[in-house]
Design a protein around this ligand. Sequence first.
Ligand code: SF4
Length: 328
Amino acid sequence: MSDATEATPDRVGQPRKRVLLAKPRGYCAGVDRAVVTVEKALETYGPPVYVRKEIVHNRHVVETLSERGAIFVDDTDEVPEGALVIFSAHGVSPEVHADAKRRNLRTIDATCPLVTKVHQEAKRFARDDYDILLIGHEGHEEVEGTAGEAPEHIQLVDTAEDAAQVEVRDPAKVIWLSQTTLSVDETMERVAQLRERFPELQDPPSDDICYATQNRQVAVKAMAGECDLVLVVGSQNSSNSKRLVEVALQAGARAARLIDYAHQIDEDWLAGVDTVGVTSGASVPDILVMQVLRWLSERGWGEVEEITTANEKIAFALPRELRKDLVR
Ligand code: SF4
């Protein structure tokens, strides 16, 4: 008999439909700061406000800010001379700053301070002439920004093949750094692989995978084993949201899906499902999670239990360039 069609009976013999809701989930301090930066810039300077790349990787956030007058561009050369441009939470390379300066753009840098911390580490170890192995996903904006700090010292390690093939100048002077939004477990696997080849590989001075990424993975792991289906609210281009799907599956969820909106849930996914886990990536406003809970409740999954593994209290000050112009 397939356990996919079984459901745990409750006291009156009916299948017990329930939702486990992960906490922490959703907005992290860096995303909150970046979104508020665009909102405040629109209020303070008036539209249009240009934003290089998606301010955070979430469709709903980008669409909402676009409606309010933000114009999202791929690069600074699309911004009219002298206009205001905001750099996204994922960070930019020094070359992008230089381009903006050349084109006389006014800039506000909404790079998350925890990404800036990785940039500082990259600069410091490049200055000390280390080979830096940057574990991250090829093509991700954050990785491009970090690698741009010291392109001659940094090599990207994305896949197991990369780790098996990468070469360094001096195996006694090599350090790994990482993208902030990776799976903790997979990153450690990659590090172990690299360390086999380079036993003197140094660790970063502090964790590069940020508190928010780690906390959301811990929370989804805590409930995944009890879930027939985990719904991760997040966009397809959100690295940390995609990692939550993978972590849920690795931690025992029988299925896991990434959705932007409640209406994307396919009723077929719920066939034979008893417990649904719900979580969301660090760039997702909680209103989208609430819509998912309402959708589930309308179909009989009205009982919600929050599974709390941490209480986050971190907040970051808005960028200095904006703060000085805010009306007090
Ligand atoms: S996920 Fe982490 S690094 Fe990225 S914006 Fe949020 S706190 Fe910053």
